[in-house]
Design a protein around this ligand. Structure first.
Ligand code: ZN
Length: 268
């Protein structure tokens, strides 16, 4: 892993992707956009698989393109057991496991399972803590924008667990939480947010493969970090991708509920 102390470049540019959910069409679009952005590395906040039609290809792409990925609840569900999943999500987890098990080349199958099995629950670098859910319950807890109004104690307990900055996924809603507490959508700050001195923030890059903020376009972010963690900034991106390619693949897979495809068109 890149160590901040050994950086020759003053600023480290990190592309942050999350919640790919086996949507190859969205992942390919995001990765090719990232290729034009001069980033130093790509990291993934988890949920590579689940819901979508191309788990094997997405696992291979994340494994080869990302410096590391976190363990999401859907990755956990496929590896171990789906917990608190609705019927469609549970069925997709078992179907995903069968796709990974269907690999006839034993070395390849083993490599994929080893990659998934070694996904970490939390990763820290510089002033950043990274989890799929929240620092309190890293795999399963959701941090929703409305929590800043409805769950003040939850917000306080979560911010108490953060030194300065935190990266999360899981809700599929992009934006920034500040410790006031408050939540800002990327449109509130014209897609670029610069951290203020001493301000604690939690950043959610949104979802590559299954956005849930009523905008169906793929979402990701690029973080530009200083060695000392001051005046870091994050830029959010939304990209059109071939949604119908993924919807068609889901509709042609009997084990995947049609609704999993339909909702991609609405960004829900
Ligand atoms: Zn997810």
């Amino acid at each position: 892993m890149l160590a901040f102390a050994t950086l020759t470049e003053p600023r480290l540019r990190t592309a942050i992707i999350s919640d790919v959910h086996s949507n190859l069409s969205a992942l390919e679009t995001v990765l090719s956009h990232i290729d034009g952005q001069r980033v130093d590395r790509i990291i993934s906040l988890g949920d590579i698989v689940g819901y979508g039609p191309d788990p094997v290809e997405c696992v291979d792409l994340v494994a080869s393109r990302c410096e590391w990925s976190l363990m999401g609840n859907h990755d956990f569900g496929v590896l171990y057991e789906p917990t608190n999943f609705n019927a469609a999500a549970e069925q997709s987890a078992y179907w995903t496991r069968r796709q990974l098990d269907g690999e006839t080349n034993r070395a390849t199958a083993e490599k994929r399972w080893n990659f998934l099995g070694r996904l970490r629950v939390r990763v820290a670098f510089g002033s950043y803590l990274c989890v799929h859910g929240t620092p309190r319950r890293p795999i399963n807890e959701y941090l929703f924008p409305e929590d800043v109004v409805n769950s003040v104690i939850k917000m306080r307990q979560i911010f108490e667990r953060i030194d300065l900055y935190c990266l999360v996924g899981h809700t599929h809603v992009p934006g920034i939480f500040t410790d006031e507490p408050d939540f800002y959508c990327p449109s509130d700050f014209e897609n670029v947010y610069t951290m203020r001195l001493g301000e604690k923030v939690i950043i959610n890059p949104g979802s590559v493969g299954q956005p849930r903020d009523s905008d169906p376009r793929a979402s990701y972010a690029i973080l530009e970090a200083e060695v000392d963690g001051q005046a870091d900034k994050v830029e959010f991106f939304r990209l059109d991708y071939d949604i119908e390619r993924t919807v068609k693949r889901i509709h042609n897979t009997p084990e995947l509920h049609d609704w999993l495809g339909d909702r991609l068109r609405q960004g829900r």
